[in-house]
Design a protein around this ligand. Sequence first.
Ligand code: AMP
Ligand code: FE
Ligand code: FE
Ligand code: ZN
Length: 289
Amino acid sequence: MTPRCCDLHMHSTHSDGTMTPRELVLLAKESGLSAVALTDHDTTSGMAEMQEAGRELGVRVLSGVEISVDYAGKTVHMLGYCFDTAGEHLQNALDELVRGRTERNHEIVRKLQGHGIDICYDEVVAESGGKVVGRPHFAAVLLRKGAVENWQQAFDEYLASGAKAYVDRLKFSPEDSVRMIRDAGGVAVLAHPKFVRLQEGEQIVDVVERLVEAGLGGIECWYSMHSPDETNYYLEIARRFNLVVTGGSDFHGGVKPDISMGTGQGSLCVPLSCADAIEAAAKSGGSRP
Ligand code: AMP
Ligand code: FE
Ligand code: FE
Ligand code: ZN
């Protein structure tokens, strides 16, 4: 790993990752990364520890978060970067999302029980370590109990959209999602465009255009699961809409062992200029540079 790489997408024990923020920074240092951002789902509760470890170990740490956004009935992941974690509007909005999650989670438990699975919410909370609880924690509990044979079966049979125990949860519109990030001084970035489920005849540029109208400032072009062709295509879209380019591995630690910090599935190297660009965009108001 050259020292000119960064990783702007990773999860800690504060959401569905398996390493603490401090452990992430230690691994980043060992891996020779120059900058990292913590992008836990719906929470910034790991940021203080991450930033303190960054100062101590000499690794640049950017603030981050990942939220699920309702885009015309489908879910799109949005990243927020370089915001003030004390921002009141942002924190209130994240609290609301976590409340929506908790309601959804209780409903998933009821549905699983209805399918004869012996499960209670406390077990799922224990699995999460008491932080933001998500479907991956349900998958882990189902697997441990032998209700499913593997992680993917837990999703396919019970947890994925349309499966037996699927329940939707509160999500904000693109406009509200961008606002909550920009009000705190940050930049909103479309995460892993490869995973946006397109309708027939729809293209990713259509989605990006609509999100740009809502105030999107960047796009995650470099990503573990993007092929070189896909990366180039997204870089082209970034140029077309004058968006900041970001990138990251989406490292989750032991629950997604095929993804390594920094290098993703082996060949990822996000240029450090992405970290500089996103910081500059935040300083200039969170919109396009
Ligand atoms: P949540 O935010 O609690 O609704 O959980 C979303 C997470 O569940 C995603 O970030 C994925 O890690 C995982 N996930 C969602 N759908 C699937 C699926 N069909 N197969 C595998 N994992 C999934
Ligand atoms: Fe996750
Ligand atoms: Fe995501
Ligand atoms: Zn992620």
